[in-house]
Design a protein around this ligand. Structure first.
Ligand SMILES: COc1cccc(CC(=N)NC(=O)c2cccnc2OC2CCNCC2)c1
Length: 389
């Protein structure tokens, strides 16, 4: 039976879609700490839980290797996400993180890491409610252990550990439909290195298009167009926090960033996250902001290339510079840093620039979910102000 596990969980159920009598907000009340299961869930015998210390280089390598070989692939199994070790350490150690939410499953005898799931704390606003949530990510079961029903017990275990920290809601995304998406986004790609993308089968030569015509079509200037466009620096944090908080307030679901969050999530970090501000040359105020994170993909089965260098649109704020021009400058710096492709979801106001900046639609969708929090009606992608890694 489909979704046997999810029908037992406090999530919006398909049967409740359209039932406007159900109130928006938590589905279940918090459990008294004494009633939260104190000991870990049982695993099938050969396996044991391990808390993954992401400060340990050795453990990082094990997590990196498991994900590199077993994490999410595209629908045609031509590419697999290849998060770097530095990226994983950044993604999993934000302000206030809990080591206990970095959960591994390993073989008792060999100590081999065979599965992983993580949570990080995040303050997320839903309309006017600020909710302490866990952002759940990196659920991965080794290819050889699929269909052993490990994922449900891993989800229950991370939920139990999140409950132990008095957090009762969560946010997560998936490429598949589960009960019940709060929103469904389309992803889009902008070619930066069309020749490589065609060689590896990520893109196809357009009808009546030659390779040289295609290269010309996606060519970008060497220099950015916006006066005052520069990399974000530490001293910009307070201004960026003010600017992004104001901008995100227009969306129904969005992170409630403070200075510490902005310093962690949005300060440039080599090969992890790039961020740029527009500082008005006259007033020196920060009027605009754009950012993208670095998530390469392994190219499965290609003789000439092993890695696709991809930039993923992160948070962008436009108050003075037209978003179209700001994002074109983001494409220019990504191309200059040798990215092959720039990806974006149609969340926030991204829909306003995708076609004009020559993004093409991807062949899949990304569904957003909340755990133990009902939303009255499904949100449009443009009502979402949340980007998960
Ligand atoms: C090109 O290499 C790929 C390797 C694995 C999967 C996919 C397709 C895919 N599933 N893409 C996305 O989910 C996606 C497309 C555009 C923007 N963000 C995305 O996902 C992010 C956010 C969710 N966690 C993964 C990274 C592509």
């Amino acid at each position: 039976k489909r979704h046997k596990f999810w029908e037992s969980q406090p999530v919006g159920q398909f049967k409740d879609i359209g039932d406007t009598s159900l109130p928006e907000g938590p589905i279940e009340a918090p459990t008294p700490l004494s009633e939260v299961k104190q000991e870990p869930y049982n695993l099938p015998n050969p396996y044991e839980w391990i808390t993954c210390d992401m400060d340990s280089e050795e453990m990082c390598i094990e997590v990196y290797t498991l994900l590199t070989n077993n994490y999410v692939e595209d629908d045609e199994n031509m590419f697999r996400f290849n998060y770097s070790k530095e990226f994983l350490q950044w993604a999993l150690r934000p302000p206030g993180y809990f080591k206990s939410w970095h959960i591994g499953v390993r073989v008792k005898n060999s100590k081999k890491l065979v599965a992983f799931i993580t949570g990080i704390p995040a303050r997320i606003r839903v309309r006017d409610e600020i909710v302490n949530m866990a952002e759940i990510n990196f659920l991965c079961v080794h290819k050889k252990l699929r269909s052993k029903r490990l994922a449900p017990v891993m989800i229950k275990e991370v939920t139990r550990r999140v409950h132990l920290e008095h957090i009762w809601q969560a946010a997560y995304t998936a490429g598949i439909v589960l009960p019940t998406p709060i929103s469904t986004c389309q992803y889009w790609h902008r070619s930066l290195n069309p020749k490589k993308l065609i060689d590896v089968g990520f893109s196809r030569l357009g009808a009546r298009m030659t390779m040289s015509r295609t290269i010309k079509l996606y060519k970008l200037p060497d220099t950015t167009a916006t006066p005052g466009f520069r990399k974000m620096e530490l001293h910009d944090v307070p201004a960026v926090t003010r600017t992004i908080r104001k901008y995100l307030s227009q969306f129904i679901v969005a992170p409630d960033f403070d200075d510490n969050d902005v310093e962690h999530w949005l300060l440039p970090k080599e090969n992890v996250v790039d961020s740029y501000v527009v500082e008005c040359p006259e007033t020196h105020e920060i009027t605009d902001f754009c950012s993208f994170y670095t998530l390469p993909s392994s190219i499965l089965g290609n003789q000439s290339y092993s890695t696709l260098k991809a930039a993923y649109s992160y948070y962008n704020v436009s108050t003075k510079t037209p978003l179209l021009q700001l994002m074109n400058d983001a494409l220019i710096v990504a191309k200059r840093k040798d990215y092959d492709v720039f990806n974006a979801l149609d969340v926030m106001h991204n829909g306003s620039f995708l076609k004009e900046l020559k993004f093409g639609p991807g062949d899949g969708k990304l569904h957003y979910y909340l755990y133990n929090y009902r939303i009255k009606q499904t949100l449009k992608a443009s009502e979402l102000g949340l980007v998960l890694l």
